[in-house]
Design a protein around this ligand. Structure first.
Ligand SMILES: Nc1ncnc2c1ncn2[C@@H]1O[C@H](COP(=O)(O)OP(=O)(O)OP(=O)(O)O)[C@@H](O)[C@H]1O
Ligand SMILES: [Mg+2]
Length: 318
């Protein structure tokens, strides 16, 4: 087995390519991903983080200071320090059970932290609940898809939009002009957002009837509808075949460029992580063990050990 993290996952994605029956598609996706790999210059910032040079001098969109949560005796996340630049695509990786989803649950206040601080755009989120954090600018997708399966695609997007376009109770009850204007705004904006993933033609389809990859894309569109500053994606490529994953990578970069937002993603597909993330943090047993650029992370001995286990990592180095 190859000794670097990328090599380890190359073996896995090759297996995935073989499972999907399209080794050629896998190879083509692989080489086009390599071409796309960003060469962002990263600059150091306080708290041992790095952010893209273009975001330097602006306040980070997210700053976590000594963040942690305990479940009984389990320190699921501990001393988690991270900054994410305003237009950065950042990655959070680590073995199963490392605490990655728990970090997202802390950022979105599904869990209240046991200790530490979360600053969103410089604002302390300590007193905020899930709805407030969403209004303040954090949106997320889930490891297991959470859509309203019996509603249409457009209705799912509208749920996200509802927090954005105000329409008062009276104008709704009496169908005043403001209500109709909002309806048109909702419809137009929904289609515009769906178009990001070429899904406008599916607007009237039942969400639950969409293929798996399309449901994952719809979840991202719904998250975007809340007009976030920071989009959290929990394993967006899970269950996707290599060509869907390659397309997703393009779309994540396009979303960042089009909306000018930051994206923090959790992913086990190392081709995706190393292909589009500018800064990466590695979590193991609830603690960050490494931060750096894709190149730095791939060659970090502690990261290799965390993924392969000490013995295998040593054998791989022989
Ligand atoms: N509500 C909870 N109560 C108790 N333990 C929890 C709770 N939520 C998470 N944990 C534990 O915290 C640890 C981290 O879980 P988490 O889901 O964050 O891992 P992960 O890095 O996302 O893993 P994976 O890659 O498998 O999704 C695990 O040991 C998990 O069992
Ligand atoms: Mg998880």
């Amino acid at each position: 087995m190859s000794k670097d993290v990328r090599g380890t996952y190359k073996a896995q994605s090759a297996a995935a390519g073989a499972r999907s029956g399209s080794p050629k598609a896998s190879e083509a996706a692989e080489s086009s991903r390599k071409e796309r790999r960003p060469r962002t210059k990263m600059v150091p910032v306080p708290s041992e983080s790095i952010i893209p040079e273009r975001d330097a001098g602006k306040s980070p969109v997210l700053e976590c200071r000594h963040l942690g949560i305990d479940f009984g005796g389990l320190r699921a996340v501990d001393d988690f320090n991270l900054m994410v630049g305003r237009t950065e695509i950042a990655g959070l990786i680590g073995p199963n059970g490392a605490g990655k989803t728990t970090v997202f649950n802390l950022l979105t206040k599904v869990y209240q932290p046991t200790r530490g601080t979360i600053l969103l755009d410089g604002m302390d989120t300590a007193s905020m609940d899930t709805a407030k954090v969403s209004q303040a600018g954090i949106a997320r997708t889930f490891q297991n898809i959470r859509l309203f399966g019996s509603l249409t695609v457009e209705e799912n997007v509208r749920i996200g939009l509802h927090t954005q376009i105000p329409c008062g109770m009276w104008s709704g009850m009496f169908r005043l002009p403001r209500h109709w204007l909002s309806e048109k705004e909702f419809h137009d904006r929904s289609l515009e957002l769906l178009d990001v993933f070429n899904m406008a033609d599916n607007a009237n389809d039942i969400a639950g009837s969409l293929p798996y990859g399309a449901q994952r894309r719809l979840e991202i569109v719904r998250a975007l509808a809340t007009n976030p500053k920071l989009l959290l994606l929990d394993e967006p490529a899970a269950g996707m075949n290599p060509s869907e994953t390659a397309e997703l990578m393009d779309n994540i970069v396009r979303i960042r460029d089009t909306f000018g937002i930051a994206i923090l993603l959790i992913e086990h597909d190392m081709d995706l992580v190393m292909g589009i993330c500018e800064g990466i943090a590695v979590l193991n047993f609830g603690k960050i063990i490494a931060k750096g650029t894709p190149e730095q992370i791939q060659n970090n001995p502690q990261v290799i050990e965390a993924y392969l286990g000490k013995q295998d990592a040593e054998q791989g180095g022989e």
